[in-house]
Ligand binder design. Structure first.
Ligand code: RB5
Length: 148
């Protein structure tokens, strides 16, 4: 299951990604902007990331205008490793090395062709583990130390 959400800046690209998910037989849950009207990306990030944290979704895809705001919001949440990707190299290595569970993209930055290749790479690349797990554990340590 893929949870996908966008604000208005990512609305159009979200539609392209959903069409691709359907074509490729992925189950998905859609959140956020359901038309072109302005909404606030932090709320979308919170709602979508909750689906990853409670195990309903394996991965989430978040899209805003640049991908920056929505990735900032997602990375505030303990247990979320959100990666803003602008090419397939980033998508590949954020799965291999960071075990990213949320893919973020910019709807005003990427064309649909590039974005769909990024999605494909992200969803088909596994975590390498090994020394990278130690670094993920260090990320979790930071989350635990900073808990208020
Ligand atoms: C909305 O205009 C825009 O600020 C938002 O989509 C995003 O790009 C924020 O980082």
């Amino acid at each position: 299951m893929i949870a996908i959400g966008s604000d208005h800046g990512g609305y159009e690209l979200k539609g392209e990604v959903i069409a691709w998910l359907k074509e490729n037989n992925y189950e998905y849950m859609e959140f956020g902007c359901m038309d072109g009207n302005s909404i606030d990306y932090p709320n979308v990030a919170e709602e979508v990331c909750a689906k990853v944290l409670d195990g309903t979704a394996e991965y989430a895809i978040l899209i805003c205008g640049t991908g920056i705001g929505i990735s900032m919001a997602a990375n505030k949440i303990n247990g979320i490793r959100a990666a803003l990707c602008t090419d397939t190299y980033m998508a590949k290595y954020t799965r291999l090395h960071n075990n990213a569970n949320v893919l973020c993209m910019g709807g005003r930055v990427l064309g649909a062709g590039a974005a769909l290749e990024i999605v494909d790479t992200f969803l088909h690349t596994g975590f390498e583990g090994g020394r990278h797990q130690r670094r993920i554990d260090l990320l979790t340590d930071i989350e635990n130390k900073m808990k208020g």
